[in-house]
Design a protein around this ligand. Structure first.
Ligand SMILES: [Ca+2]
Ligand SMILES: [Ca+2]
Length: 110
């Protein structure tokens, strides 16, 4: 399921209402599939560091390391108090949870 132009907080609610969860890419192949799904547009991923700055937790119960090489160079930078994650061309980036809108992809188990 996907949607366009939603904030991270909106996206989280939309996915839950649909019975799923905002996507958390875990594998290289999955990333490519998601890139295709989002037509190369930037999209939200279900991870944030809202609770503890610099500690990224994901809606699937996992975490992502700030040293993970899939983060874009110099990201996450928390530049505008950025506590939510997106995927863009060069990798992952942190963005403000309630200001910036992006494409949304929800996943649910079948
Ligand atoms: Ca942050
Ligand atoms: Ca950032």
């Amino acid at each position: 399921m996907h949607d366009a132009d939603v904030t991270w907080e909106e996206g989280k609610q939309i996915c839950v209402a649909w019975g799923g969860v905002m996507v958390v890419p875990r594998f290289e192949g999955e990333m490519q599939h998601l890139d295709t799904m989002s037509s190369g547009q930037w999209f939200l991923i279900g991870c944030n560091d809202i609770q503890t700055e610099g500690t990224w937790v994901c809606l699937d119960g996992g975490t992502i390391d700030v040293q993970d090489k899939r983060w874009e160079y110099n990201q996450p930078d928390n530049y505008y108090n950025e506590d939510c994650a997106e995927v863009r061309a060069a990798g992952w980036n942190d963005i403000p949870c309630d200001l910036i809108t992006r494409n949304l992809i929800c996943q649910r188990s079948v």
